[in-house]
Write a protein that binds this ligand. Structure first.
Ligand SMILES: *[C@@H]1O[C@H](CO)[C@@H](O)[C@H](O)[C@H]1NC(C)=O
Ligand SMILES: *[C@@H]1O[C@H](CO)[C@@H](O)[C@H](O)[C@H]1NC(C)=O
Ligand SMILES: *[C@@H]1O[C@H](CO)[C@@H](O)[C@H](O)[C@H]1NC(C)=O
Length: 383
């Protein structure tokens, strides 16, 4: 029913308003300021610096970092131990790790495992190691790995694509195979891939959960959604947490008058609607019971033949009745010469034919004086 429309709209407005209010005023993710070790990238969600950020809700499980004595950011893997965090690529969800300067990465990678952690490897590079006599060298000789050197030999590492040609030359100078080592890295399409190849002191691990990489194209603030659970959310706001809080109050300050205005508007609309229904009611109240019954039937609309029986005129035709108003009160467009009008015989009100015809099909009353139609014309309506 048409009369339910304002109430329905009011309810949906209420609903959306509270939805919006709830969304915007609901608690923001934990405020976890960015942290730094003296050396290294800024640390933010899903990572935290365990010593200076005691709030566990500032990091995803398994993303705790530690500042070591040399003020370097470090990550502790469950079995393979501590590595230095070279870079954190938040958008790509990749972390570059290396060993301590005095350590030996390729040695540690020989028995490296990620079990017990949630880190993943996107791609592996296989390096083949060769033991070579200490003094042997030739132009284009593969990368030396001094930390693996023995007293009488040095070790070189050869990538798999170089292996076929290097193997021949290495064996010709007395080098011997010394096994392989797997270096975790990223897909070859990733720009970090080249770095990893050129820089065998580091390796790359990836994470898939939590997926903050696309959060605000890297400019959003990622964090836990609520006080509990692992659901994350992305807040795109360049302001500081304080300013974000201000925004909330501005929103509240603006939305309350808006809300009151909407409520007033709707109550006014529904009052108007009720008044109009009352008017329709009054129109039928003055009639005899039979008439009223007839009118009630009729008020739902008129049939085409009755409408067609009402006189039709063209503005400018000789003797045509000129409407008193300048505009048609149904379609609100101005009367112009040659416009075709239809006149309601009972009250002699005229309108554009193409506007009043559909109106009468739906409402059997004159839109101007609200005189009910149908029973004034001699037409058979069964009750
Ligand atoms: C791995 O991730 C799950 C949730 O995704 C978490 O509950 C678990 O503690 C993580 N494990 C480690 C070792 O970080
Ligand atoms: C290294 O070479 C020296 C002599 O050149 C030899 O005495 C020594 O045993 C060698 N050590 C190893 C580990 O092969
Ligand atoms: C590499 O060389 C060292 C030293 O000679 C030896 O102990 C080790 O077993 C070798 N590893 C492989 C895989 O050949």
């Amino acid at each position: 029913m048409a009369s339910n429309m304002p109430i329905l709209s009011l309810f949906s407005a209420f609903f959306f308003f509270f939805l919006l209010l709830d969304h915007l005023v609901s608690p923001l993710p934990e405020t976890c300021p960015e942290q730094f070790c003296e050396v290294g990238d800024p640390i933010r969600f899903p990572f935290r610096l365990k010593q200076s950020q005691p709030n566990e809700r500032c990091a995803y499980p398994g993303f705790d970092l530690i500042c070591n004595a040399q003020r370097q950011t470090t990550l502790n893997l469950p079995i393979s131990g501590e590595f230095i965090v070279e870079t954190i690529e938040y958008t790509q969800q990749v972390i570059m790790l290396r060993d301590h300067p005095e350590g030996c990465l390729l040695k540690r990678l020989q028995d490296f495992t990620l079990s017990g952690s949630n880190w993943t490897v996107q791609h592996n590079i296989e390096l083949t190691l060769f033991k070579c006599p200490k003094t042997s060298w030739y132009p284009g000789m593969p990368q030396l790995v001094p930390c693996l050197d023995g007293q009488n030999y040095s070790v070189v590492a050869v990538t798999s694509d170089e292996l076929p040609q290097q193997r021949r030359r290495l064996s010709s100078i007395g080098c011997s195979d010394n096994g392989t080592v797997t270096v975790p890295t990223v897909d070859s399409a990733n720009p970090l891939f080249d770095d990893a190849l050129r820089y065998p002191y580091a390796f790359l691990l990836a994470w898939t959960v939590p997926s903050c990489g696309s959060c605000g194209a890297g400019f959003g603030t990622c964090g836990f959604k609520g006080k509990k659970g692992l659901e994350i959310t992305c807040t795109v706001d360049h302001g500081s947490p304080d300013r974000r809080a201000d925004h909330r109050w501005i929103f509240v300050a603006i939305s309350i008058p808006c809300f009151i205005y909407i409520v007033c508007l709707f109550s006014q609309l529904s009052r108007k609607f009720r008044a109009r229904r009352q008017a329709q009611q009054d129109q039928t109240d003055g009639l005899s019971p039979t008439d009223r019954a007839q009118a009630l039937v009729v008020i739902s609309g008129m049939d085409t033949s009755t409408i067609e029986s009402y006189p039709k005129t063209r503005i400018g035709d000789n003797g045509a009745p000129m409407p008193q108003e300048n505009t048609c009160s149904i379609c609100l467009s101005e009367y112009k010469p040659e416009d075709v009008l239809r006149t309601i015989p009972a009250c002699e009100h005229s309108f554009h034919a193409h506007c009043i015809d559909p109106w009468l099909k739906r409402n059997a009353i004159c839109p101007l004086c609200r005189a009910p139609q149908g029973y004034v014309t001699n037409h058979n309506f069964s009750v």
